[in-house]
Structure formats: structure tokens, C-alpha cells
Design a protein around this ligand. Structure first.
Ligand code: ZN
Length: 308
């Protein structure tokens, strides 16, 4: 009896060992949920994806831990957004000593949007520095999302040629799905009269959405969630809301809602739905995938704008 059990255990162990050797998934570390989800969709069961900045979390203010450095060190492939979105990633990659290939998902997007950043320096002479920086939130246009998929697929193929056909096939299916989602998004926005297509949200995360789908986004905070709006900027937004032109106020899933709540109180407007800006939701939330995020955001935006 005892020896039979031992034999079964041995056979089981042997089988587990074989399975692992045959299909050890490629270790992928993604900087945040958007590229993490696209990597999962393109990689399927050929990859094991770990995401550093998790669901509903803010990559702008992320503080990496030694565990994150360890994950990078053990990774076969690292996927980042680029365009300066993850201000902390280059130093983290360097300090981790990783040899993994780094895929920059936003490489080769059709148009990189620029933003004027206003920096105020207090001193004897109060002066302003304006400099132009890249808007990193490129994933908020589905055409750019398709470029992300292309880059991620190419990176996975390069790292794991054995499963190239799988990656290519999944990427092609996802690309068709995204092309259809892009057309759907345009059609949905067109159901809102042109003069009503404006909303207010927390920070400037929707520049690419605005450009692609012709919606005006106003935001008290700049490209970074850490920026603080000036009293003058807030006053201008309250005026905009009171004029009745823009009454659709949105909060974001991963940033502080206080400024939007303050605007609502001062203007008498109602805070509308939550938008998924820089992070997806968890599995049981409203936006667990890139496509779900668009379907959810577009529906919320259209409903909000119709109230303008
Ligand atoms: Zn952002």
C-alpha cells in the first residue's frame, strides 16, 4: 500500500515536471493595467503577466518596491507605455539589473500630442516657465491601441519565436475587434449633438480621445494627477459649468475626486459617472479589459453629454 502510493506520487511529480518543461510561459512584466491586459490578450496561455501598477491605481504617483525590482529581474519581457508616462520605470529597470527585452507599447503611434506645462516658481521674481511635454495617455485612442497591440505582438514574437504563430493569430483577431470598436465609438459620439460634446474630468487624460472622437475635455488638473489647479482655473471652470455649456462632470477611477466635487458644489452641477482613465478596473469591475473600458467610458460620456 505504502509503496503503491509512493509510486503514484512519483508518477504525478514526473508528469508535473514534464508539463512545466514543455510549456513554461514567457514571464512578462507590464508597467500598468492597460498594457498588461493587451499583453494577456495577445499572449494567451503562452505568457504569464504580472502588472506593477494594479487595477484602479495611479501610475503617475506610483512608488516602486523592492518586489517590483525583483519582478523585473526575473522577467523575460517588460512592457511599458513610454512617452514619459512611467516616470519611475527607467531607474527601476536599471537598478533591477534585468536583461529582459523592453517593449515600448506607444512606439510608432501616428501622432504624439504635446502639452504646454505651466510651472510656477515662487521667488523674488515671480515668473512662469512654459515647456512642451508629451501627452502620454495615447491608449485613449483605439487607433493607438491597435499600434500598442502591434508592438506587443512583435515583442512577444521576438522573445518567444516558438509560439510566434499563436501571438500573430491572437493579435490579428484583437486588431479586428479594435477596428470595430473604433467605428462603434465614433458612431456613439455622433449620437450627441456637436454643440453638446464637452465634459469636465479630473486630469488631462483624454487628449487622444478628444482628438480622435471630437469631444472637448476640460480638466482642472494637468497631464499629471499631482498637478494642482489654480484658483483662476477653477473659477473659469465654474463659469463654464454655470453657462450651461458643460454640465457633464466625471470623476476618474484612479485619481482624487475632491476637485470635481468642489466644482460641483460651487456650480450646482451633479457629479456624473466614473471614467476609467489611467487604469482598468479589477476583474469584477466595469472595465476589466481595454475593450470593456472603451465600451463603459463611451456609454458614460454619451449619457453625460446628452445632459449638457
Ligand atoms: Zn494620467
Amino acid at each position: 500500500m505504502k509503496s503503491k502510493l509512493f509510486f503514484i506520487t512519483l508518477v504525478l511529480l514526473f508528469n508535473i515536471g514534464l508539463t512545466a518543461a514543455q510549456a513554461a510561459p514567457l514571464k512578462v512584466v507590464a508597467s500598468f493595467t492597460i498594457v498588461g491586459d493587451l499583453a494577456k490578450q495577445v499572449g494567451g496561455d503562452d505568457v504569464e503577466v504580472k502588472t506593477l501598477v494594479g487595477a484602479d491605481s495611479d501610475a503617475h504617483v506610483f512608488q516602486p518596491t523592492p518586489n517590483d525590482a525583483k519582478a523585473l529581474k526575473e522577467a523575460d519581457v517588460i512592457i511599458i507605455n513610454g512617452l514619459g508616462f512611467e516616470g519611475w520605470i527607467n531607474r527601476l529597470i536599471e537598478s533591477s539589473g534585468t536583461k529582459a527585452a523592453v517593449i515600448v507599447a506607444s512606439n510608432g503611434i501616428e501622432k504624439t500630442l504635446k502639452m504646454e506645462e505651466h510651472e510656477e516658481h515662487a521667488g523674488h521674481h515671480h515668473h512662469k516657465h512654459n515647456h512642451s511635454i508629451n501627452d502620454p495617455h495615447a491608449w485613449q485612442s483605439i487607433q493607438n491601441g491597435r499600434q500598442y497591440v502591434k508592438n506587443i505582438a512583435a515583442g512577444l514574437v521576438a522573445a518567444d519565436a516558438e509560439n510566434a504563430a499563436d501571438y500573430t493569430k491572437r493579435a490579428a483577431a484583437l486588431d479586428s475587434e479594435l477596428a470595430a470598436l473604433d467605428a462603434w465609438t465614433k458612431a456613439q459620439i455622433e449620437t450627441v449633438p456637436a454643440e453638446k460634446r464637452s465634459v469636465i474630468t479630473t486630469h488631462e487624460a483624454f487628449g487622444y480621445f478628444a482628438d480622435a472622437y471630437k469631444v472637448t475635455f476640460l480638466a482642472p488638473n494637468g497631464l499629471n494627477t499631482e498637478d494642482e489647479p489654480s484658483a483662476k482655473e477653477l473659477k473659469a471652470l465654474v463659469k463654464q459649468i454655470k453657462s450651461g455649456k458643460t454640465r457633464a462632470l466625471f470623476i476618474e477611477n484612479m485619481s482624487n475626486a475632491n476637485v470635481i466635487k468642489q466644482l460641483a458644489t460651487e456650480s450646482g452641477a451633479v457629479v456624473g459617472a466614473k471614467l476609467y482613465a489611467d487604469a482598468l478596473s479589477g476583474e469584477n469591475g466595469a472595465a476589466p479589459t481595454y475593450q470593456a473600458m472603451f465600451r463603459y467610458n463611451v456609454t458614460a460620456l454619451v449619457n453625460g453629454m446628452k445632459q449638457n
